[in-house]
Write a protein that binds this ligand. Structure first.
Ligand code: ADP
Ligand code: MG
Length: 362
């Protein structure tokens, strides 16, 4: 998948930009606060539907204006598409794909973002790791997106019941039947994904020169038996554990069992990376996790998504930087990366552009 043209109007500090990206590497250079991250944010917004920086939509409009728009032409599996988003202050964002009102299609533009914030993926709270897995699964599986939405609704309803008087315990029983079956769908999809990520990350970790054994493990709120599991076996165990936890859940007035409390653990030579790995090792794990994300996407959707790298290379040592740049140069995906330091890319075959106060100088 690649973008062949992007037009940005009044988004953040970008007044009007029209850019025809290279198929391979695009390098956005500029001093601080010139609009480099804003440019990536515009692409990410088109692809994902919302910003990666938690802001109100109206803060995305260039100061003094009352609407922004972003549109792109992109190519996916030999077909050309157009995608756009328009936002006017006080209204809802309007997305279109091929000039039709937006639907969650499988042909949608897709991007994987890597920012310095992701370096907290290992150390940060479990929500961050769940969000990473969920975003990846949502981008490759509309069924997963639906299951997750259903699960969140059921979880809210269940928590409301647990908070109330619950005059009729039968209501909770009935809810738990469907709750556990959707929870099992999410759990199984995540277990399968972790299995693939575990294998891919180890391979990339070694490729980047890591000598340790990297392992990913999915941590559940209940114990699964060894060996193969399926939807029914997960559901059965879950229902049993929920019965055991029922009194505790009534006391705590919240749901204690289910994928909303699961986590992913990373191990280097069998030691938990959150506690034992150095900052450099944690960074390397995140890098390989992102590379694995691209690869999973390609396997499931037949092509790579677009890669957005915000100031990532400056954080790596020279050796890793060269390996990654080599990897990107030899890969078939389109990359947009930002940097304040153009000299990092001296030997790189990519298109360089400069941003100055929200304007593009090619
Ligand atoms: N809605 C907005 N309107 C105008 N300028 C904005 C808006 N939102 C952010 N900015 C400006 O964008 C600049 C930061 O751009 P950014 O892309 O983060 O910089 P960098 O090039 O360092 O990545 C800041 O100067 C900020 O004030
Ligand atoms: Mg920036």
């Amino acid at each position: 998948m690649y973008i062949s043209e992007i037009i940005i109007n009044n988004f953040r500090n970008l007044e009007r930009i029209r850019y025809e990206p290279a198929r391979g590497i695009n390098i956005l250079l500029g001093k601080n606060a010139q609009g480099k991250t804003n440019f990536l944010e515009a692409i990410y917004l088109l692809a994902s539907g919302s910003s990666f920086r938690s802001v109100l939509d109206r803060d995305l409009i260039r100061l003094g204006q009352n609407c922004f728009s972003i549109q792109a032409t992109y190519h996916y599996l030999n077909k050309k598409h157009s995608i756009s988003v328009q936002y006017t202050s006080g209204k809802r964002k309007q997305f279109t794909i091929n000039n039709k009102r937006y639907a969650q299609t499988q042909d949608r533009l897709a991007a994987v973002l890597f920012t310095p914030d992701d370096l907290y993926l290992i150390k940060g709270p479990p929500q961050k790791r769940r969000a990473f897995i969920d975003n990846l699964l949502k981008s490759v599986s509309p069924e997963y997106r639906t299951s997750l939405e259903n699960y969140e609704q059921l979880l809210n309803r269940r928590n409301t019941l647990l908070k109330g008087d619950l005059t009729d315990p039968g209501m909770l029983r009935a809810l738990d039947h469907i709750f556990s079956s959707i929870a099992a769908q999410i759990t199984l999809a995540r277990l399968n994904l972790i299995k693939i990520l575990d294998e891919l990350t180890l391979r990339f970790y070694k490729l980047l020169g890591g000598s340790e054994e990297l392992q990913l493990k999915y941590a559940l709120t209940f114990k699964l038996p060894g060996g193969k599991v399926n939807l029914e076996s997960i559901r059965e165990i879950m229902v049993r554990v929920m019965q055991e936890k029922y009194i505790k859940e009534r006391q705590r007035k919240t749901t204690l069992i289910g994928p909303h409390r699961d986590d992913v653990n990373f191990y280097l030579n069998q030691k938990n990376a959150r506690v034992f790995a150095s900052q450099g090792q944690q960074r390397n794990i995140v890098v390989v996790l992102k590379l694995a994300e691209l690869e999973v996407f390609r396997r499931m959707r037949g092509t790579y998504p677009i890669l957005l790298l915000d100031e990532i290379l400056a954080e790596l040592d020279i050796e890793k930087r060269e390996t990654i740049l080599d990897f990107l140069t030899n890969s078939s995906f389109q990359t947009f990366m930002t940097s304040v330091d153009g000299s990092l890319f001296n030997n790189i075959n990519g298109k360089m552009v400069w941003l100055e106060q929200g304007r593009l100088l090619e």
